[in-house]
Design a protein around this ligand. Structure first.
Ligand SMILES: NS(=O)(=O)c1c(F)c(F)c(S(=O)(=O)CCO)c(N[C@H]2CCCc3ccccc32)c1F
Ligand SMILES: [Zn+2]
Length: 262
């Protein structure tokens, strides 16, 4: 899968090889007040099996585009139109000189970074590969990250970054309660139908973007922005893994539903 966030294979060229990237319902988007509509039916999500025992383990991998952590199939969310089972989580970030690497923006403002927890519709499909190009196939939870105090929960992932510096490197992470990664008031969120933000950009994602950001420290953010490379350990021209976020997409004649009053 030869695509990147910069240069000749950057996001403006994605539609050439991945037609959906030039199509409808694309993500990410900017949340601004004239497209928001309160919806009283948006109830709090239930996170089942998110408290994974430390005797279990997650696998953290550098896949050349992001750092992703494979999650256990016992984790799933309820209170969506279907039951969705967790698949992986990954992050998007900027660079050490510009910590504005979130994908979604609020009134035009980027946050420092953004974490996505990818789930697939396990009621209708056997696995994520079958689900990822179907309507209502995927549900992604998005957590906005901003600078604040040191975050011990995020550190349970971040402390492993030095072992996945290069593409295809992997490390095991002891299980922990993934619910600790969610922000305050997870009942307050933005909801809209969109797409994967990377190729193949399938318009198959039910997005839940939490209203409140989570705080991580300046040092934790710097580690995220400087630890990883897109290239393999023996590559003579190392490429830093930075600015791995897609720009916001046109959002016309559509609404974003919010579970909270202004
Ligand atoms: N922002 S995003 O849209 O949530 C998002 C990413 F940004 C992202 F980089 C990935 S990736 O790391 O797999 C590299 C590119 O596919 C995914 N993968 C998903 C969808 C594609 C196939 C697949 C297969 C198994 C598990 C997860 C996924 C992704 F969904
Ligand atoms: Zn993502």
């Amino acid at each position: 899968s030869k695509w990147s966030y910069i240069g000749p294979d950057g996001e403006n060229t994605w539609p050439k090889k991945y037609p959906f990237c030039g199509g409808v319902f694309q993500s990410p988007i900017d949340f601004h007040k004239d497209i928001l509509q309160y919806d009283s039916n948006l109830s709090p999500l239930e996170f089942i099996g998110y408290n994974v025992s430390s005797t279990d383990q997650f696998t953290l991998t550098n896949n050349g585009h992001s750092v992703k952590m494979h999650l256990s199939p016992t984790m799933h969310i309820r209170n969506l139109p279907f039951e969705y089972t967790a698949s992986q989580l990954h992050l998007h970030w900027g660079n050490r000189n510009k910590s504005e690497g979130s994908e979604h923006t609020i009134s035009g403002k980027h946050f420092a970074a953004e974490m996505h927890i990818v789930h697939y519709n396990s009621e209708k499909y056997p696995d994520i590969t079958a689900a990822m190009d179907k309507a209502n196939g995927l549900a992604v939870l998005a957590i906005l990250l901003e600078i604040g105090p040191f975050n011990p929960s995020y550190e349970k992932i971040f402390r492993h970054f030095r072992n996945v510096k290069y593409k295809d490197q992997m490390v095991h992470v002891p299980g922990f309660n993934v619910q600790e990664l969610l922000p305050d008031r997870p009942d307050e969120y933005y909801r809209y139908e969109g797409s994967l933000t990377t190729p193949p950009c399938y318009p198959s994602v039910l997005w839940t973007v939490f209203r409140h950001p989570v705080k991580i420290s300046q040092e934790q953010l710097l580690a995220l922005e400087t630890a990883m490379y897109c290239t393999e350990s023996d590559d003579p021209e190392p490429l830093e893994m930075v600015n791995n976020f897609r720009n916001v997409q046109e959002f016309r004649e559509r609404l974003v539903f919010i579970s909270f009053h202004e």
